[in-house]
Design a protein around this ligand. Structure first.
Ligand code: 6PG
Length: 248
């Protein structure tokens, strides 16, 4: 089996336990940073329970909201009023009720095309970071949340697409999605996502087991190519856990 040196798979009982374990990790990362903390959220359905926990007691009171900045790892190129919009989902579930508006950093989708949105978000990230080149000793994010799609994509980095090979740009436009919803996307690239103290994948459900097995076996898929300059955690519930990880 091909292993990332720093990859750790943590098995949990079920989606509820997974959300709690993820919330503890997010809060620990925020509180470990005495200055401002940057969290990069993800879309899809997997993180919804985590977002609900972060926005409710007792989790909500366990970290300084003023010190946390919230970004998004990929966005569907639809208006924020569209239910498919990733940041709008996070805003609806917890950010709008808890975070100062100036600490929420959505990807703008009202521009002419996804590439323009990507360039704008890249400038925003560079300005937040205070430099145009990523320094491995000073990660962009404290924690980056990730999910895995049925084809092995992560963020909006799809298998076989040029975006996965990007080494210079921090954010790129993706004109066509490989899986539903078939709307153009804007996505952070592997170097930008990987510039973090912790990359945290959340994977739950029996329908994820086959693709997770392929990813963890080292197949050349975007989710398997994601690397972090810091910790690399895969939180997996029992129903998604590949056979060869059971009982470890
Ligand atoms: C998106 C996501 C995407 C997602 C995976 C897993 O915009 O669709 O960011 O990368 O994380 O497809 O999605 P689920 O959590 O819904 O399985």
């Amino acid at each position: 089996m091909a292993w990332n040196d720093n990859r750790h798979v943590i098995a949990v009982a079920d989606p509820a336990a997974l959300a709690k374990a993820a919330a503890e990790r997010v809060i620990a990362r925020i509180n470990a940073n005495p200055g401002r903390a940057a969290i990069c959220l993800t879309g899809g359905s997997s993180p919804m329970a985590l977002y609900q926990l972060l926005g409710s007691d007792p989790y909500r009171g366990r970290f300084p909201w003023d010190h946390v900045h919230w970004f998004i790892g990929d966005e569907r190129f639809v208006p924020p009023t569209d239910t498919l919009n990733n940041m709008a989902m996070a805003r609806r579930i917890f950010l709008d009720a808890c975070a100062p508006a100036g600490n929420i950093h959505p990807i703008a989708t009202d521009l002419a095309d996804p590439d323009q949105s990507a360039r704008l978000y890249e400038s925003e990230l560079k300005s937040y970071y205070g430099a145009g080149v990523l320094n491995p000793a000073r990660p962009l994010f404290d924690l980056v949340l990730m999910g895995v799609g049925p084809d092995g994509h992560t963020a909006s980095l799809f298998p076989g697409y040029p975006a996965i090979e990007e080494t210079e740009r921090w954010v790129v436009g993706v004109p066509e999605a490989h899986v539903e919803p078939f709307v153009p996307r804007v996505t952070l690239t592997l170097p930008a996502l990987g510039s973090c103290r912790e990359m945290l994948f959340e994977v739950a459900g029996a329908d994820k087991r086959a693709i997770l097995t392929r990813v963890l076996d080292g197949e050349n898929l975007p989710a398997g190519r994601a690397r972090s300059t810091g910790e690399m955690i895969w939180l997996v519930d029992q129903s998604a856990l590949p056979e060869n990880f059971r009982g470890r």
